[in-house]
Design a protein around this ligand. Sequence first.
Ligand code: ZN
Ligand code: ZN
Length: 183
Amino acid sequence: MALDEQRPTWDEYFLMLAKLAATRSTCLAFPVGAVIVKNKQVVATGYNGSPSGSAHCTTQGYCYPGLSSCDASKTLPSRAVHAEANAIAQAAKYGISTEGASIYVTLEPCLSCLKLIISAGIKEVFYETSFNSGEKALVRDSFVNEGLVILKPVQLSEATAKRAASFILLSTSVASYDIVNNS
Ligand SMILES: [Zn+2]
Ligand SMILES: [Zn+2]
């Protein structure tokens, strides 16, 4: 295989960055990461967790007493800021335009985040795992059919994922003649 073929695609690259952002999640619910991209440049990142400055769910050991997800209660509103909302908030905080941007997320946005994404001028959503079903999917599809946003599932190839894992596990910047001679 040509060495060039080992490079991740842009979609894989940004999805991997979203996965890395998810490792910083502070909520006990499943980790989610988001990366806002414009002209192939990362402009903001986010992960799910309590608002800046508030106690982390991972520090408390619970989201609400007895609950291991900020979204699990039927009555209590979520404590967590979702990854996409945090990425958009980060852009707002530092005065970075999200007009015409794309967002890569490890989980398909919930409707609240999708509405925020649309209103922030973000035009494309690339997600790894699907989330909305039933009536929520119908609302999502109505936004898509209105031409407000494009949603596309993306996946890492196994080869890319394995190569990235080895980059993370081992010293990455080893001179290439060492890699060639030792493999
Ligand atoms: Zn939580
Ligand atoms: Zn959300």
